[in-house]
Write a protein that binds this ligand. Structure first.
Ligand SMILES: Cc1cc2nc3c(=O)[nH]c(=O)nc-3n(C[C@H](O)[C@H](O)[C@H](O)COP(=O)(O)OP(=O)(O)OC[C@H]3O[C@@H](n4cnc5c(N)ncnc54)[C@H](O)[C@@H]3O)c2cc1C
Ligand code: FES
Length: 281
């Protein structure tokens, strides 16, 4: 295991491949140049991506395994991500981390799980499903629910074609708008994530891992509660404005906690003490 020299010291990485997932969304495979790469990473953690001369942005680790390389799914938003989209295979960048707590995979062992992703929230959820499928025998029933506004925004299309054929995983994909005759080569249902939760065979004993746009959490939590699930079984990954990633700058401070350290994954009943965190807590 490689301990970073200082908390701010980035590991050198080289872009090995760039895959276009949808308009303005790309998957970057980064080859880590330090002999041991980054310290061990758990699903749901994030790294600080550094583009020399531009700045840093927090990005979720999107691959279930991190060794000599890792994958990041990035949407072009502002300065750092736009600079990344100008880069080519073979260019170098920096990574700090991994940071945050990630999903409690040890606690999930032996339990039934529903993973719920909305939009770009699929990035950290992908690291979780890849991990769970790598250790499939340790977990009970697995349900994956993924929703988006337009079907053309589906990320990881090829991977979903494979996942949909698995018998040990139930996959529900919903789009509010299904367009283009040739595009949906995976089967979409018309609707929202919450419609899929209604359809899925989720019982109160399930654990739920959720990541999506802020507006989604309230409605997802309502549906999970309606299924009889206690708040202690619901885990939400929250995005907050972050700068340092290590509890120093105060940018992510909410309700007495630094989201970069205490989160980004929170158990819903802990959020009762963070009323600003999400509307439904
Ligand atoms: C824990 C965590 C995990 C994350 N994981 C991911 C991930 O896996 N993938 C991902 O893509 N993102 C992820 N994000 C979000 C990402 O960090 C932000 O989008 C980040 O701000 C991008 O940095 P940037 O410099 O490109 O954008 P910034 O320059 O910081 O811009 C951020 C926003 O400001 C607006 N903005 C910026 N410049 C302008 C302008 N000139 N005019 C109008 N509006 C403007 C844009 O709408 C943009 O959305 C994550 C965030 C957190 C906290
Ligand atoms: S990002 Fe600086 S304190 Fe959390």
């Amino acid at each position: 295991m490689n301990a970073l020299k200082t908390p701010f010291f980035p590991v050198h990485g080289v872009i090995r491949s760039i895959i276009e997932l949808a308009a303005d969304n790309r998957l970057f495979e980064i080859q880590l140049q330090e002999p041991n790469g980054l310290p061990r990473c758990r699903p749901g953690q994030f790294v600080q991506l550094w583009i020399p001369g531009v700045g840093e942005a927090p990005i979720s680790v999107c691959s279930g395994k991190v060794g000599a390389s890792m994958e990041l799914c990035v949407r072009r938003a502002g300065r750092v991500t736009s600079a990344l989209f100008q880069m080519q295979e073979g260019d170098w960048l920096g990574l700090r981390g991994p940071y945050g707590n990630g999903f409690p995979v040890e606690l999930f062992e032996g339990k039934d799980l529903v993973l719920i992703a909305g939009g770009l929230g699929v990035a950290p959820i992908r690291s979780l499903w890849q991990y769970l499928l790598d250790y499939r025998q340790k977990f009970g029933r697995l349900i994956l629910v993924y929703g988006m506004r337009h079907s053309i925004d589906l990320l990881f299309r090829a991977e979903f074609q494979v996942l949909l054929r698995r018998r040990d995983l139930d996959v529900y994909i919903a789009a509010e708008d299904v367009v283009g005759p040739q595009l949906p080569t995976v089967s979409f249902q018309l609707g929202r994530v919450t419609d899929m939760i209604k359809l899925a065979q989720i019982t109160p004993g399930f654990q739920a891992a959720v990541c999506g746009p802020p507006v989604m959490y309230k409605y997802v939590v309502q549906e999970l509660r309606a299924k009889g699930m206690p708040d202690s079984n619901i885990w939400l990954s929250l995005e907050r404005h972050m700068k340092c990633g290590i509890g120093k700058c105060g940018h992510c401070y909410v309700g007495g906690q630094f989201t970069c350290r205490a989160g980004p994954v929170f158990r819903l009943n802990d959020l009762q003490f963070l009323p600003e965190a999400i509307e439904c807590a």
